[in-house]
Design a protein around this ligand. Structure first.
Ligand SMILES: Cc1cc2nc3c(=O)[nH]c(=O)nc-3n(C[C@H](O)[C@H](O)[C@H](O)COP(=O)(O)OP(=O)(O)OC[C@H]3O[C@@H](n4cnc5c(N)ncnc54)[C@H](O)[C@@H]3O)c2cc1C
Length: 306
């Protein structure tokens, strides 16, 4: 049986990425997790989400860009997303990755590019979430986020932390003191035992610990998970501590547990769906397969259907 680590390894293979992206046939398999190729294809879906009382976060798929020109195109795409959100009157913010804006080329370039998006979001009264990537960039991502946060208010820019990293509880404490808005998730990359809990039960226990710290802070945070145990722990903690439903939001990914997304929204919780789109789907798609290797069968079944 293909393992999580093997799928995460495949997600980082540039050759496969280029091949898979170029062959249109493979793209068909991604539709469960990727909402479309272009923003115009995705907007109607977000309208529907809004009708169901869910909000969204747009993610234009791309990461580890290899030239400043490509990073510039990503900036243009995000400026366009922010315009579209206002024009179409949809309730959505945006999620960005710093390697998409040139972090691997020059951290200063990534900062400047991210700043342009955050400034535009600020002008429009919107919000930018800085996604967290693998542990080689955790510190620089936090450093750049802090610079952005020093220039823009709490409700303009936020960050993501991953409960699989040993360092995360301390990071959460420091960031809450800034203060900062945080999305807590388990973490999606292949990390060595030197930096991350190898056992799922420790990742889950740390998730609950960080979630409690966040909810107890009185700041509006995002609890990103599809795990019913994490959701139950969050609802139990909020109920026990008298923390209202409007004080935090659950966040889930496009295509995963639609039933749970709808149920939580019907129960009166704030629910935000992360909606990825674009041509550079390969690493994102492979990480989704890795989270649930049984998804590989789903993909193969669709392949067989032709
Ligand atoms: C809104 C959002 C934003 C995120 N942003 C980041 C980020 O910035 N950085 C980062 O490293 N990670 C990010 N992630 C991914 C996250 O780290 C996890 O890898 C992912 O959410 C799976 O963990 P889980 O909490 O759902 O729990 P798990 O224990 O992995 O899964 C619990 C249950 O959820 C369902 N499920 C989970 N994943 C899948 C899947 N792919 N396909 C089908 N069913 C599934 C299954 O029923 C599974 O049993 C984000 C996740 C969300 C929801």
């Amino acid at each position: 049986m293909i393992t999580r680590n093997a799928l995460l390894w495949l997600s980082q293979q540039e050759g496969l990425k280029d091949l898979a992206t170029r062959i249109g046939f493979f793209k068909r398999l991604t539709t469960r997790f990727v909402a479309g190729d272009t923003i115009d294809e995705v907007v109607p879906f977000i309208h529907r989400l809004n009708v169901e009382n869910c909000t969204a976060s747009f993610d234009h798929l791309n990461e580890a860009v290899e030239s400043s020109d490509e990073a510039e195109r990503e900036v243009a795409e995000y400026l366009n997303i922010l315009t579209k959100i206002d024009e179409q009157r949809i309730r959505s913010n945006v999620s960005i990755k710093l390697t998409q804006f040139g972090l691997g080329l020059d951290p200063e370039l990534a900062y400047k590019n991210a700043r342009r998006i955050v400034e535009e979001a600020h002008r429009r009264g919107n919000f930018v979430r800085v996604d967290m990537e693998d542990s080689s960039v955790t510190q620089v991502t936090i450093d750049i986020f802090k610079r952005l946060r020093a220039e823009f208010d709490l409700n303009t820019v936020g960050i993501v932390l991953q409960s699989y990293l040993y360092r995360t509880y301390a990071d959460a404490q420091a960031l809450v003191n800034l203060p900062a808005r945080i999305r807590i998730c388990k973490g999606a990359y292949n990390e060595p035992p030197e930096v991350a809990f190898p056992d799922k039960k420790d990742v889950d226990a740390n998730y609950v610990k960080v979630m409690q710290l966040l909810l107890g802070s009185g700041i509006y945070h995002g609890v990103a998970t599809h795990d019913p145990k994490m959701i139950e722990a969050t609802i139990d903690f909020a109920t026990r501590e008298g923390i209202g439903k409007e004080k935090f939001e659950f966040q889930m990914l496009y295509g995963i547990r639609r039933d749970l997304q709808r149920q939580l929204a019907r129960d009166g919780f704030n629910v935000r769906i992360y909606v990825p789109y674009g041509k550079h789907w390969y690493p994102y798609f492979m990480r989704r397969l890795a989270e649930r290797p049984a998804n590989v069968w789903f993909v193969l079944k669709n392949l067989a259907k032709g």
